[in-house]
Design a protein around this ligand. Structure first.
Ligand SMILES: Nc1nc2c(c(=O)[nH]1)N[C@H]1C(S)=C(S)[C@@H](COP(=O)(O)O)O[C@H]1N2
Ligand SMILES: [Mo]
Length: 230
């Protein structure tokens, strides 16, 4: 028995009916991680939020916060934590919350089905503001340690945005902005892309990673906003 599939399963108190073949069963909300991921010292078991008892909607009495993973991994209303020596295939590990993507394997197109896991590099323009000195695009970036964020207006070149480094917490969203001095009146598009400290670039919407993905999850493609300047 190898230990490469040794997993830690986090169970919530909430449950629902699941049917596999003709077997109907009640299953608790459950998500698993490898032992190595579960032992990450950045993981938190939270019983308080902002100095007060954790509110029920946020997971009272105890919830997992696993920094750097998508929301689904942050199991609320914890009922138990179990260590297993086999892979765990719950509704939300193996059948739903899976990413289905077409991939090329030696010239053959296959549909790979993978469990939603670690957060992916993402950014989005949030708003365009205007004051006496002109217009400014403001947005956020998250999902991986951010090296820089670039902005494209209409079909122009990528321009570096200014990242607000006053928030230094490693996993916090990075807020960025870029001045847009003299936009012409009318419709414009504003697209952002984040670049991680590891050199990854947030993929364009027509990148096969995004374009050949058939489920909504892990949608970290570049976001284009339409802006009307009056
Ligand atoms: N027990 C339990 N944990 C859960 C869920 C749930 O339905 N049950 N939803 C997950 C999902 S999909 C998300 S996005 C986050 C939402 O956490 P929040 O309500 O604190 O934003 O909780 C996760 N943990
Ligand atoms: Mo979610």
């Amino acid at each position: 028995m190898g230990t490469e599939h040794l997993e830690v399963v986090f169970f919530g108190t909430d449950k629902g009916e699941v049917t596999i073949r003709d077997i109907k069963m009640q299953q608790n909300f459950a998500r698993s991680m490898s032992l190595a991921d579960a032992m990450n010292p950045d993981n938190l078991l939270c019983y308080e939020m902002n100095g007060a008892t954790l509110p029920a909607p946020n997971g009272f009495p105890l919830r997992l916060i696993t920094l750097g993973w998508y929301g689904i991994a942050n199991v609320k209303w914890l009922k138990g934590i179990e260590v297993r020596d086999t892979r765990f295939m719950s509704l939300l590990m193996g059948r739903d919350y899976v990413t289905i993507r077409e991939e090329e394997h030696k010239g053959e197109t296959v549909r790979a089905e993978t469990s939603v896991g670690r957060a992916l590099l993402k950014s989005a323009p949030a708003k365009v503001t205007r004051n006496d000195s002109g217009h400014r695009v403001v947005g956020a970036a998250w999902g991986a340690p951010i090296d820089r964020v670039e902005l494209k207006i209409d079909q122009g070149p990528w321009m570096p945005a200014v990242i607000d480094h006053s928030e230094e917490a490693e996993y916090a969203w990075k807020i960025w902005s870029l001045d847009w001095p003299n936009p012409s009146p009318g419709e414009h598009t504003v697209t952002s892309r984040a670049i991680s400290t590891a050199g990854q670039i947030q993929p364009a919407m027509d990148d096969p990673l995004i374009a050949k993905k058939h489920t909504y999850w892990e949608s970290n493609g570049q976001v284009t906003r339409r802006i009307r300047i009056v």
